[in-house]
Design a protein around this ligand. Structure first.
Ligand code: HOZ
Length: 428
């Protein structure tokens, strides 16, 4: 494939945008080469600036659960835009999407909309601290909750991809309030709690991790966190930015039947526009300004275009909950096809999958936490990535990212992808 125009656009971008991108993983540094510049996308396909068609397994890192440029979502945005794009005043559609979201997700009474998953997680932690009147938080190595200061301690996703899981610029004061635990290791969490008695406000976790590849929780882990939180007056925050409205209509709380105290959302809830949200029972949410003293605000929060996209998306999912099984089935089919190809050529691998999230790791051991995710063979991943790209398949340009499956993918697309894997693994 030819990527001449993408490379020229990247060269121009680098002169005026740091690294040529507005979010680091996009720069392809983890896999080498120049990033692909997208011109447009429809359904399961991306069309780049050089005229190549790529089958997309990133789907904007999750939001495009029904495929790109999904007609009801696009129409809702276009119609809304004709009536004004931002008011900084309340609009009816904010209540409509809030009512629908609250009806779909267990265990929440009220929801506040913000502009990104980062904002949602940052605000959720402030709420937890204000509510419990305690300062420290527990996060897990390899989990990524956006780029706010408290979370850039052993963070996953781009932070680890670029070797700065602990970012310069985060003060020692902030870092000391973030306690770091091993994912899927309940005893470790318990020992941290015991050494910080009555100081921990919340545990924040991706209940199915998606930022060190896809790592599902082992049996009993989330349930154990729930009990520890109950025992020690700690709030449990599920960061469902990736998993919310994707793994089940009510997210991981519903799928794995574990209650969180605060849930954060992003991605699918915005239908591809910049939306984040955080939600909880009303006894917690009522502490937020203007009802309570915990401050949180935003000019573009509840923006009408963003709300229109999000509402149209949630309506589609609400009308047709069979989508969740359909995308999980497609993901299982892909998993089996990739595994068969890798086995045929004796390539050491582990594939992690839950619902419509999947990641391929070039290592023989189970990938259950950050340490096991980090020891995969990255050189092999790079070759795999570029081989797939050459064959028109766009997967995440980092071994620390999850692939997101969309309902727009047909079984023909999946077969084309599996055929590409067969071609590529021969060369690994
Ligand atoms: N860190 C994001 C995925 N986990 C990537 C966001 C982006 O580059 O758009």
């Amino acid at each position: 494939m030819i990527y001449q125009r993408s490379s020229a656009l990247f060269a121009a971008a680098q002169k005026v945008i740091p690294g040529g991108v507005n979010s680091p993983v996009r720069a392809f540094k983890a896999v080498g080469g120049d990033p692909i510049f997208v011109k447009e996308a429809k359904g399961a396909y991306l069309y780049d600036e050089d005229g190549n068609r790529l089958i997309d397994y990133i789907n904007s890192w999750g939001p495009m659960i029904l495929g790109h440029a999904h007609v009801p979502v696009v129409n809702a945005v276009v119609e809304k835009a004709k009536k004004g794009t931002s008011f900084g005043m309340p609009t009816e559609i904010e209540t409509q999407i809030a009512e629908l979201a609250v009806s779909m997700v267990p265990n929440i009474d009220k929801i506040r909309f913000v502009n990104s998953g980062t904002e949602a997680c940052m605000s959720a932690v402030r709420l937890a601290r204000g509510y419990t009147k305690k300062d420290k938080i527990i996060k897990f190595a390899g989990c990524y909750h956006g780029h706010s200061d408290s979370f850039l301690i052993q963070a996953g996703s781009g932070a680890v991809t670029f070797g700065s899981p602990n970012s310069p610029g985060v003060t020692r004061g902030t870092a000391k309030d973030t306690l770091l635990a091993r994912y899927n290791d309940l005893e470790h969490v318990e020992s941290i709690i015991n050494s910080n008695k009555d100081e921990i406000s919340c545990i924040i976790i991706e209940p199915v991790a998606g930022n060190m590849g896809c790592i599902p929780p082992v049996k009993g882990f989330l349930e154990g966190l729930r009990s520890l939180c109950d025992m020690h007056n700690i709030l449990l925050i599920f960061d469902e930015v990736m998993t919310g409205f994707r793994l089940a209509i009510g997210g991981v709380q519903e799928l794995l039947n574990v209650d969180a105290d605060i849930v954060t959302f992003g991605k699918v809830i915005g239908g591809g526009l910049p939306v984040g949200a955080f939600a909880a029972r009303q006894e917690i949410m009522n502490h937020l300004a203007p009802l309570g003293p915990i401050y949180q605000a935003g000019t573009l929060s509840g923006n009408p275009l963003a709300m229109a996209a999000g509402l149209a998306m949630l309506i589609e999912l609400h009308k047709n909950p069979a989508i969740f099984k359909s995308i999980a089935d497609k993901t299982e089919y892909l998993h089996k096809g990739i595994a068969a190809a890798l086995e045929q050529y004796n390539i050491t691998h582990t594939i992690n999958r839950l619902g419509s999230m999947i990641s391929v790791h070039f290592d023989k051991d189970p990938v259950v936490d950050f340490e096991s995710a980090a020891k995969g063979n990255n050189d092999m991943f790079k070759k795999f990535f570029h081989g797939m790209l050459e064959n028109g398949i766009y997967i995440a340009p980092s071994a620390f990212e999850t692939w997101f499956i969309t309902e727009a993918l047909t079984y023909k697309d999946l077969d084309e992808t599996i055929a590409a894997v067969h071609k590529v693994v021969k060369t690994l």
